[in-house]
Design a protein around this ligand. Structure first.
Ligand code: ZN
Length: 476
């Protein structure tokens, strides 16, 4: 039995070395591996399965809003990027460029998409002619490339997977409303499916997407108190519509320029799940996106009838739509408990000869380690109810942890000590860039999001009248 703790010993102490814990967990649970090119990752089946569950949940929500999936090319002519000045400036340092192909130098270099506003804008200028063509709503699931100097699996890699939604509207009001609605959909999805509470709102000008009029974000608190930008929704105004000539003849016959939005979430969300919920034993995956929701571990498996009972329970759960695995390997039960805990499976069922005789099963929750017996005859209902409870409790637990770590500060010293202690800090801000920059220089915290509806007398940096309250935090 000494070997049963081997899995736990493989993972660094979450409280002592969070970055190492993260690296250990993502690799040892087989979520991801490093690619041969620096900054690239291989998403292994266990990790990719989480992504597929995320895709399914989001696709259902997008389609309900009238967004259709499409696919645009990976390669974008460099000239497209130069059409929107702020956009090209913002992305220039990260863009990878193809200059040679087929053994020849290309007449025009081609960018590997860091995002697709330029090419989708170009196509929309062809597709949008009349007010009848609006609104136009497309989304693509794809990979993008942004060359990064320091990288970490899921959080920051040169190539990652995401979805990017792009919409075109007749009026500013409609486009602005779409931007907000998508942020709302993201928030509902992240909270209900990933069990991650998020703060949502507008970004400051400094943190805004290159080329946007306004960027709205959702910010999640990780276990170490750092913030992770979990998704963004941009109101692009007419910036891209003008650059790419997206014009339409309106119902009054006048030729008008359209308004556009874009919005995206990426495989970063998997990093957010790991760092919001994980603990000293490893991953803790919320049931809605867990690749395996329930594992059955036979006890005294060699005894007559045990495996058979486990198999029939598995079949029953499977046919009810539960993602279930029966671990009939020859490892000891203790070994199996540790392994499946490390992999973050929400519910474990233990079934042995005595349970079967009594018509019961023992269920252990990954989130709280609570164990309880349930009658075998209502197994499906019990397991489904338990999964729903785990999902709900994981969100509440994360919310409680976050609420305890959102504090206020009135000066720079206060901001510094609060972020050093792993908090989000709300502070007054006069609105000037110099003060925002100073916070970053002196505390390594950045302005994550406006705290809408809150008021402070003074800017925590310069002492002048505060126009806004900002949530500052160190961030991934
Ligand atoms: Zn100030």
């Amino acid at each position: 039995m000494a070997k049963d703790n081997q899995f736990v010993e493989q993972i660094a102490d979450i409280n002592a070395d969070f970055p190492q814990w993260y690296t250990d967990v993502v690799r040892k649970t087989k979520l991801v591996d490093y690619g041969p090119v620096k900054g690239t990752m291989i998403i292994r089946p266990y990790g990719y399965s989480i992504w597929e569950n995320i895709q399914n949940e989001l696709n259902a929500r997008f389609k309900k809003r009238g967004v259709e999936n499409a696919y645009f090319p990976l390669l974008i002519p460099m000239s497209y990027f130069t059409k929107e000045a702020e956009h090209v400036e913002g992305f220039a340092p990260e863009v990878a460029v193809v200059t040679h192909a087929g053994g020849e130098e290309l007449s025009e270099p081609l960018a590997i998409r860091p995002t697709s506003e330029t090419i989708i804008g170009t196509m929309c200028s062809k597709w949008v002619q009349s007010y009848r063509d609006l609104p136009l709503k497309v989304n693509q699931w794809c990979n993008v490339m942004r060359w990064e100097k320091t990288t970490r699996p899921f959080l920051r890699t040169s190539e990652f997977l995401w979805q990017e939604g792009h919409t075109v509207h007749a009026t500013a009001e409609e486009a602005e409303a779409e931007t907000q609605a998508m942020l709302g959909i993201y928030k509902e999805f992240v909270e209900n499916c990933l069990a991650i509470p998020v703060l949502t709102g507008r970004k400051t000008g400094k943190e805004r997407f290159a080329g946007a009029e306004a960027t709205y974000t959702m910010e999640a608190m990780m276990r170490d108190g750092k913030s992770l930008q979990a998704g963004t929704s941009h109101y692009l105004g007419q910036n891209f519509a003008k650059a790419f000539d997206i014009q339409f003849s309106d119902s009054d016959g006048a030729l008008k320029t359209a308004y556009t939005t874009s919005w995206g979430v990426s495989t970063r969300l998997i990093g957010a799940v790991i760092m919001t919920h994980g603990d000293e034993r490893g991953l803790k995956i919320p049931p809605v996106v867990a690749p395996i929701q329930c594992v059955i571990v036979p006890i005294a498996a060699r005894k007559g009838g045990v495996i058979e009972a486990c198999e029939s329970l598995k079949a029953e759960l499977e046919s009810a739509g539960v993602r279930v695995v029966l671990d009939s390997s020859d490892n000891s039960p203790g070994w199996k408990f540790n392994e499946w805990e490390m992999k973050g499976v929400p519910v474990r069922i233990e079934l042995g000869p005595r349970d079967i005789e009594a018509g019961k099963m023992l269920c252990a929750r990954r989130d709280t380690f609570e164990k309880a017996e349930y009658p075998l005859e209502n197994a499906v209902e019990s397991v489904k109810a338990l999964l729903a409870q785990v999902q709900k409790d994981m969100l509440e637990d994360a919310r409680k942890r976050r609420e305890e770590r959102i504090v206020y500060a009135d000066d720079m010293a206060g901001i510094l000590s609060a972020v050093e202690a792993g908090n989000f800090v709300k502070a007054g801000w006069c609105g000037c860039r110099a003060c925002e920059d100073k916070v970053k220089e002196e505390t390594a915290a950045t302005a994550r999001v406006f705290a809408e509806g809150e008021h402070k007398e003074k800017c925590a940096v310069c002492g002048k009248e505060a126009k806004h309250v900002i949530v500052f935090a160190r961030a991934y």
